[in-house]
Design a protein around this ligand. Structure first.
Ligand SMILES: Nc1ncnc2c1ncn2[C@@H]1O[C@H](COP(=O)(O)OP(=O)(O)O)[C@@H](O)[C@H]1O
Ligand SMILES: Nc1ccn([C@@H]2O[C@H](COP(=O)(O)O)[C@@H](O)[C@H]2O)c(=O)n1
Length: 207
């Protein structure tokens, strides 16, 4: 198999990375092209050794919260045509789940996550770098709804975490990483023109 094309999609939490990724995935699946999705969130470090109180206070918006060494090794394995043991993560317990999932390489690999463009050593592994640029107030509103509904959080905890780590770390790490992107996408996960442009670039690169 030809070496896979690796697309990295980054941006703030709540910017629309997951939706953009799903929409790109659906566009390829509809035409029968195999695509593999990897989420940086799955590479948050395991914290089984810490009590829940300490886990709740951790800074999850610093690059060191992720096991990027493992992500890098997995991308290299997929490039070489090998399967990987993809970790699973639980946002309610703030640690890895015991099970992993065997993922196979595919011609297109879409990777999404907040710190993907903030680690210089990861950048050479990507073929296309995309930044989803959404105003922070919109990101916060979306995150509040999602974290309460899906991640077992209270409104108070989301607001506190936002002020203490999410917002300052965004300005320190994520916002500057925008300048490493090949494409900056406005209007979040539903920007159809951006989806079409990126899809056609991928199709050409695969020929
Ligand atoms: N352009 C958009 N318009 C309306 N809702 C959107 C748009 N982009 C994303 N969303 C919604 O906002 C929420 C957060 O988006 P998501 O893709 O999960 O963000 P991220 O992965 O960047 O944290 C989701 O409920 C998603 O459906
Ligand atoms: N235990 C954790 C781990 C991460 N977070 C937050 O998730 C955000 C990144 O995920 P998105 O899907 O929103 O991009 C990040 O901003 C962390 O604050 C968390 O709350 N708890």
């Amino acid at each position: 198999m030809q070496s896979p094309l690796i697309i990295a999609i980054s941006g703030a939490s709540g910017s629309g990375k997951s939706l953009f990724t799903e929409n790109l995935f659906n566009a390829f699946s509809a035409q029968g092209s195999p695509v593999q999705i990897l989420r940086e969130d799955h590479y948050y470090r395991a914290q089984d050794h810490l009590p829940m109180e300490a886990r709740e206070k951790n800074n999850y918006d610093h690059p060191n919260a992720f096991e990027h060494e493992l992500l890098k090794a997995h991308l290299q394995s997929l490039r070489e045509g090998h399967n990987i043991d993809y970790p699973h993560y639980c946002f309610k317990t703030h640690t890895r789940l015991p099970d992993t999932e065997c993922l196979e390489p595919a011609p297109v690999i879409i990777l999404e996550g907040i710190m993907l463009l903030a680690r210089p050593e990861l950048l050479p592994l990507y073929d296309v770098k995309i930044f989803i640029d959404t105003p922070l107030d919109i990101c916060l509103m979306r995150r509040m709804m999602r974290d309460v509904k899906q991640r077992g959080r209270t409104l108070e905890s989301v607001a506190k975490q936002y002020e203490s780590t999410v917002k300052p770390m965004y300005h320190q790490f994520i916002e500057p990483s925008r300048f490493t992107a090949d494409v900056v996408v406005t209007q979040g996960g539903k920007n159809q023109i951006a989806l079409d442009v990126i899809k056609s670039h991928i199709q050409q690169a695969l020929q």
